[in-house]
Design a protein around this ligand. Structure first.
Ligand code: GLP
Length: 230
């Protein structure tokens, strides 16, 4: 988490008005906590940063504690001096700036993502781009696979409460980010991480496309790296 926070911090120091593409899930939580600590110490300043969110469940209101907007607010935005978050996908594929709650904008209006943070799904998904998703897709609505519903039900009261659809940046949007940072932890990600990095580049393993990006950093713990000979 500290290594990933260092990379985000370096990005903000090098370009204070950068655009960060931010992710949810359990993997980046420690990274956000660390960034908050450094902000509180006065080492990080988010005042000129714009953030765009990677994905969001369809049909959950921002107040719903399972929405990704709520996640970003509680895990990062409420604790730092960030003004511009582009958090919520709307059906017209535009996103809403919530703070200040006035403008709407889409990804292209941000000037492009400087640093995209990603977690990795057990089936190789990034954002909610599930296996089989076309690499050329931009922001779109997806039907979640059973394995993703299963993996994410831990955050909900019951499996029935997990939304069946979500909005996600497409692979094309993700690949357009200037830099990509992937955080991966746990033994349960070891097989998929190896496949992502060394297997064939195929839509069946969405994250395998990252092999073609020219600036990707993987920050992983030993358990997640355990299947890779180093
Ligand atoms: C979810 C999110 C992804 C996230 C993935 C991994 O499905 N849509 O953006 O990267 O799960 O989550 P975790 O980090 O909790 O394993």
């Amino acid at each position: 988490s500290r290594k990933a926070a260092n990379i985000i911090s370096a990005q903000i120091i090098m370009k204070p008005n950068c655009v960060l593409g931010l992710a949810t899930g359990s993997s980046p939580v420690g990274t956000y906590k660390t960034a908050i600590e450094w902000y509180k110490k006065g080492d990080l300043d988010f005042s000129q940063v714009t953030s765009v969110n990677l994905d969001e469940y369809k049909g959950l209101s921002p107040e719903n504690d399972q929405s990704y907007r709520y996640f970003m607010n509680t895990n990062l935005f409420d604790h730092v001096n960030i003004d511009k978050h582009v958090l919520s996908f709307r059906t017209d594929w535009k996103q809403i700036l919530t703070k200040p709650a006035v403008n709407t904008m889409d990804h292209s209006q941000t000037g492009g993502v400087d640093l995209q943070l990603l977690g990795l799904g057990h089936n190789g998904h990034i954002g909610f781009n599930e296996p089989g998703a076309a690499f050329e897709k931009e922001t779109h609505c997806v039907d979640l696979t059973e394995s993703t519903i299963e993996a994410n039900k831990r955050f909900f009261e019951s499996e029935d409460d997990v939304p069946r659809q979500a909005y996600t940046m497409g692979i094309k949007n993700i690949m357009q980010a200037k830099k990509i940072l992937v955080v991966v932890s746990g033994e349960d990600k070891a097989d998929i991480l190896k496949e992502v990095l060394y297997g064939p580049i195929t839509p069946e393993v969405p994250a395998s496309i990252l092999q073609l990006h020219n600036d990707v950093t993987i920050v992983a713990d030993e358990a997640a790296l355990s299947k890779i000979d180093m």
